[in-house]
Design a protein around this ligand. Sequence first.
Ligand SMILES: Cc1cc2nc3c(=O)[nH]c(=O)nc-3n(C[C@H](O)[C@H](O)[C@H](O)COP(=O)(O)OP(=O)(O)OC[C@H]3O[C@@H](n4cnc5c(N)ncnc54)[C@H](O)[C@@H]3O)c2cc1C
Length: 336
Amino acid sequence: MGDTYDLIVIGTGPGGYVCAIRAAQLGLSVLVIEREARLGGVCTLRGCIPTKALLHTADLLEETRHGAEVGVATREVRLELAAAMKHKEKVVRQSSNGVAFLMKKNKVDVVNGFGRIAAPGRVSVAGADGRSQAESSIAGPQALAEAVEQYQAAFDRRHGGFGESPKFPRPAELLFLLREYARTGACAYIAAWDVHRAKLFGRCERKTGIAPFDRLVAQVMREEPYRSAHRVFLITDNGSSHRGRRAANRLRTKWPNIILVHTPLHASWLNQGEIYFSVVQRKVLTPNDFADLDTLQAQLLAFGRRYEEIAAPFQWKFTREDLHKLLAKTNTQPAN
Ligand SMILES: Cc1cc2nc3c(=O)[nH]c(=O)nc-3n(C[C@H](O)[C@H](O)[C@H](O)COP(=O)(O)OP(=O)(O)OC[C@H]3O[C@@H](n4cnc5c(N)ncnc54)[C@H](O)[C@@H]3O)c2cc1C
């Protein structure tokens, strides 16, 4: 303390320590100030890490209690709370020590105390007793600007030859970029996917709801072979416009050959539409930056047509006989 640093970070939660480590790796001299005795913030000390350690214990307890159902029988299973807390504390300690190790490895200075921005470019620290004061200063934005420049150059080197790379903002430009951002609206892209014929039906609507969903269904059901098929299985996700008995009845009133199948959450992988939407998310909507809504809609629909050209029908290999065999096998297992 008392030195001049390129960057001073107050707090060593995931926001603080990741920032400090990355800045040090980019060549800045960095100081972090943490008021707690241990590093890692809420996530490491009280949030994500300890809760996941305790959840692991709870999962294990629950699984073991029901182990007999799958052939793992134990005499007595009980929770040893003290041991569970000890294990949780060990995981927290390891995680916090890991943060401390990363600070050391990346030559980030660490000070324990309460940090405060005393003046522009100056940070003061009060010790745990609240009295002992120390002060440190920041070298100014020049070093940060140089680090950003280096990062930009490294990015350009790595992505050179793929056209113009995005320009990282220099610190002074951040506000300008934010002012340029204009939100031009949103649209709802809804789609249906015929798994057996690799055919896509997509449409852009102003918002989701019963009427837009029914328009999508109409778009499908107008066409052959769906219009005169004996049965059309419509497998849907969790949207409220197409869930439950009321939705099934509504659809059958309009299209008597439709059978609505609402996949439970654990079987959502059966819904090939979800896979398509994850592809759309990655290929069309990242980065999420379009001149206007018309451009966005045109690109979504064009991607749908392209997807249809390259997609192959889904070959379902698990037959009804396979299912019967599996059920017979599980039924012959002893109950405990
Ligand atoms: C029970 C629980 C479970 C959670 N589970 C998850 C999860 O599974 N996944 C997930 O992504 N998120 C989870 N979170 C959220 C996650 O913990 C927070 O999003 C994350 O910790 C935020 O990080 P941060 O760096 O912004 O702030 P924090 O983690 O709050 O860190 C701030 C740090 O700054 C220090 N500090 C503050 N002021 C000063 C000062 N003036 N001087 C010196 N030091 C100071 C604090 O002591 C602290 O160490 C959970 C949160 C809780 C409470």
